[in-house]
Design a protein around this ligand. Structure first.
Ligand code: PEP
Ligand code: MG
Length: 319
């Protein structure tokens, strides 16, 4: 298995039939780039920019952000870099962005809701990303979208800042991590360049179980059929308007989930850096027809445990 993973690391991500599935890595800082590339990452499908903003007294200014994003883009040497806009709030507070105490922080001001409530935070980050864009293939992704209007509002600011700087408007994608975004995936996809499913939050919000609350978090499984039906709906929405759909949540790092996600129509997987080679090896071992059959069965299953058993059986068959 280790040998298969090592062999797969150097190849492009693809199923045994040659269907191309991009295998990217989730990055949290410049230091993550080298280990991800060593595993064969073909780009970054999720740069969590929070690392720049947390554990400090003042917000990073535009210059600091631009230098940081540019440095990561250069380290990726032309491979795609998908920069996620700031996703703080909820369980990730920052001292210089005071948010009034909330009874339900997971349902409160977090992710893009903060950027829209504090336009200077959003426009500063967008300008920094636009300035860094000459250093590589930089794309932008918006967290916690629940409504089409939010995407439109972000695009408006992006276009205004790009015009001001005299640069091209980069690709803009939406994270699908609320049930609303999954259900509205076709309309969202029509107005953006790609969708990337955040299965951690999508699972929390679909099952109404707080991912940070130990009393319920143990029961959370992204392979719950309710989540998978939303993944299927998201893929159908993307494909209706010709946009690719990826997964950047924890499911993309779970080899058991990989054939299932591919069978549901996912075309890009962004995994933890240490899992990239293993994910590529799993892809290389499965057929398109096998993935499709597994997905059909999983969509009829009644529990995550049933789905796991089906996926395990399929992976055992392919060795
Ligand atoms: C997710 O919710 O699946 C995701 C990738 O974002 P985060 O884990 O950073 O909330
Ligand atoms: Mg999330």
């Amino acid at each position: 298995r280790r040998a298969a993973a090592l062999a797969a690391a150097g190849r492009q991500g693809a199923t045994a039939d040659g269907t191309r599935i991009e295998v990217f890595a989730n990055l949290g800082s410049l230091g993550d780039v080298a280990p991800a590339l060593a595993q064969g990452a073909e780009g970054c499908g999720l740069l969590r920019t929070e690392f720049l903003f947390l554990d400090r007294a003042d917000a990073p200014d535009e210059d600091e952000q631009a230098a940081c994003y540019g440095g990561i883009a250069r380290a990726l040497e032309g491979r795609p870099l998908i920069v996620r806009l700031l996703d703080i709030g909820g369980d990730k507070p920052a001292p210089y962005l005071p948010i009034a105490a909330e009874e339900n922080p997971a349902l409160g001001l977090r992710g893009i809701r903060i950027g829209l409530a504090r336009p200077e935070v959003l426009s500063t980050q967008l300008r920094a990303i636009l300035r860094a864009a000459s250093s590589g293939d930089i794309r932008i992704m918006v967290p916690m979208i629940a409504r089409v209007e939010e995407l439109r509002a972000v695009r408006q600011v992006l276009i205004a800042e790009a015009e001001r700087l005299g640069v091209a408007v980069p690709q803009l994608g939406v994270m699908v991590e609320t049930p609303a975004a999954a259900v509205m995936a076709d309309l969202l996809a029509a107005e953006c360049d790609f969708l990337s499913i955040g299965t951690n939050d999508l699972t929390q919000y679909t099952l109404a179980m707080d991912r940070g609350n130990p009393a319920v978090a143990d029961g959370l499984d992204g392979l719950d059929p309710a989540v998978l039906r939303l993944v299927a709906q998201t893929c159908a929405g993307g494909s209706r308007v010709g946009k690719w759909v990826g997964v950047c949540g924890g499911l993309a790092s779970d080899p058991l989930a990989v054939p299932l996600l591919v069978g549901l129509g996912v075309g890009e997987l962004s995994a933890a850096p240490g899992q990239v080679a293993e994910i590529k090896a799993t892809l290389a071992a499965v057929t398109d027809a096998g993935c499709a059959a597994l997905a059909r069965a999983a969509l009829e299953a009644a529990s995550a445990a049933e789905v796991r058993a089906l996926a395990l059986e399929m992976l055992r068959e392919v060795g």
